[in-house]
Design a protein around this ligand. Sequence first.
Ligand SMILES: Cc1ncc(C[n+]2csc(CCOP(=O)(O)OP(=O)(O)O)c2C)c(N)n1
Ligand SMILES: [Mg+2]
Length: 888
Amino acid sequence: MHQKLTVPAEPDVQEIAEWIEAFDQVVDEEGASRGTQLLNALANRAREAGVDVPVQLNTPYINTIPVGEETPYPGDRQLERNIKSLVRWNAMAMVHRQNKKDKGIGGHISTYSSLATLLEVGYNHFFHGSYDAEPGDFVYFQGHASPGVYSRAFLEGRLTEQHLENFRHELRDHPGLSSYPHPWLMPNFWRFPTVSMGIGPINAIYQARFMRYLENRKLIPRTPRKVWAFVGDGESDEPESMGSLTLASREKLDNLIFVVNCNLQRLDGPVRGNGKIINELEAAFRGAGWNVIKVIWGGDWDRLFALDTSGLLLKRMEECVDGEYQNFKAKGGAYIRKEFFGKYPELLELVADMSDDDIYRLHRGGHDPQKVYNAYKRAIEHKGGPTVILAKTVKGYGLGSAEARNATHQEKKLSDESVASFVKRFEIPIPEQAAHEGSFYKPPADSPEITYLQQRRTELGGYIPLREIPPHEFQAPPLDYFSESLAGSKGREVSTTMAFVGILRHLLKDPKLGKFIVPIVPDEGRTFGMESIIRQVGIYASQGQLYKPHDQDMVLYYRECKDGQILEEGITEAGSMASFTAAGTAHSNYKVQMIPFFTYYSMFGFQRVGDLIWAFADARGKGFLMGGTAGRTTLAGEGLQHCDGHSVVLSSTVPTCATYDAAFAYELAVIIQDGIRRMYQEREDLFYYLTIYNEDYQMPPMPEGCREGILAGLYKYQAASGGKATLQLFGSGPILNEALRAQQILGEKYGIAADVWSVTSYNQLRRDALATERWNRLHPAEPEKRPYILSALDGSEGPIVAATDYMKVVPDQLAPWLSGRLVTLGTDGFGRSENREYLRRHFEVNAESIAGAALSRLAREGKFDAARARKAFEELGVNTEKIDPARA
Ligand SMILES: Cc1ncc(C[n+]2csc(CCOP(=O)(O)OP(=O)(O)O)c2C)c(N)n1
Ligand SMILES: [Mg+2]
């Protein structure tokens, strides 16, 4: 007999009852799929007849998999329970002990306590460590559950007691454990940084998509490997968690499984006290085309359901909101009897033979291995789309008085009593005193528990999590490979964006390297002039091109194909960044050195998806972020929300990001060549942020001997023509041209000889200077070293006027080393919709403003007549009394 799924009709509606009975009979005799068929046929008929068919995204508040369809548990339940208890204990002890020792060091015990069964079933039966020679499943862990993950690795013998003792003590003599999943800090352990809420889910979706991309492009073999993402129910509130769900179903990602740990709580309180988070998520996921499996009730409820002929049990479950469910677990068995079952006499009768303790122990589905196993099994067998498992759990499960309280998330330590009852409840064989101290416990290697645990992992191909750094041979192309870019544009006017697209096209054509390049764009390919690339390598489309593009008769038509190389993501910088992350970490995750170039509007990068970029750095990602339409005054017409004058400030905050603001095609070529060499040949863990602009001008050929300077951040581009310079002009990006024009004005009109320098990276110069200064500070008795900026400027004289299309703080990064010589002109303030001429005048970064600033400074130094300097502003058309653009 199948479970009764619906609340029975009111007795007076006899007709409905008869229909239900007839339906039940069909399902009983002919199976569930026949039932589906019947309903579909009825729904179609109803639509034909003009009858409103309700859209129903929610199913009853009950397990999706009926008891009758469950397969028996394949493992040793008792041994697995023992193992899980040990993991629970050591995880709890780790945090408890550390907070006793070092007050305020923090850590979390209640997230893992709710997640333990969900992870353990995975570890014992599902998470593949490898598939033959290929890496296995990818697991995105809830970040706050890390103590449980460490604890298991301890039982597996991968971490020592000393590691556990140094949880959140990373800066001691011994290796410690990082608070959360951080590949940067534990590069041989964690693969995916997840702790910033929402980052894990979106990255998991695009990871699964990128896996298919690599398979379809035949860069990796197809394996049954899955991406598992464990997500908090509170975490599901983040736009990043839910924002890309339809991509997963559209792309038919049956290699993707989300498990939402629905413990009904987040940090401050209930996730949906007045509603049901499971229902809300069910509707959202189902509506987005996912296969949804609800795991709400544990097996001990099955008996009650079978006994309940009234249908009231389900009715009562449907009635309760999550705030009440939390309350039931917080208040105990007697309360549940009274408030939950007590509402209907029939239900009270149902539990009359159960003690309060029995009632309290009625499990939620996420704590029942049998239910969880069956859900996982269905998920991995599901074809044609992603699956989400909504597992109902208890936050702080097993923590006694800390169970299901609003303050549970913050719990770091337990009282002596709670520790004692924990040890008793989970049968941890340690003496009471040791329990109070939070002593770790690991049974001997030949104990049944450890033997079983090791055997399971061996059968599943190894440990998880495990981050690999596979050996690799990679030869970067030499610089002259980019000879076209080095030779200049031969009189043609082009932008650095066009120059970059030329470099990209060249790389894509390379017989060896080409296939590893991953161009990524969020719908702005045409803005960046990438049409030719679309034609050349095609846009990745897992289904190929099912339509004739309207522009098919044109050379540069919109070409989509199954082995297309471009990831045209549509308008999602977050999604594009997630693709960039999957590609930029493929060197470790898939053992293929993919080289992603993610090109986007620079305004919508660091400030929009900065946290995803930070996680990319944590994940040791490599690749090139290409900030297109760069500069506050170079992107004409677009105005305040588009004109970027600060992305290079933001990028400078990411430790592994090398920021460059190039002016010429050859500079870009030098930087990209060296970037490929450093990241992929030398295998340094860093990535690049390169600004590219849309102003067209002639690209000069590369002058002799400037390679080192380009990479270090500065070189002299054009020395003064009339005698020795008494002034230095710094320019970056297109503003270098303004500096060159200022050089001419100053020489011709005012008889001032100035050198012009191209500054490709203030940030790299600063980092070098800081490192040198630190060394000098720590080695007072050694001969002083000189930062690159000082040796490069050796012999140069006079003030330095630095002009940039970015904020003044960018050149100011060098102020400490320039002995007061620096005058900075930059684009602080909100942008405007204008053309370049007016924008540069407004922000005071045009040639005239540069020349005026130079004369003014020379006048202050007594090297130029002050009255003449004042007059010069007038001659140059610089309004000295206009509003400060920083405040305009
Ligand atoms: C972006 C972001 N904002 C805030 C936090 C702080 N924070 C840590 S855990 C947490 C609550 C998590 O709740 P839930 O996702 O339900 O996980 P649970 O611990 O209940 O399993 C919050 C808000 C964070 N880690 N990341
Ligand atoms: Mg939660």
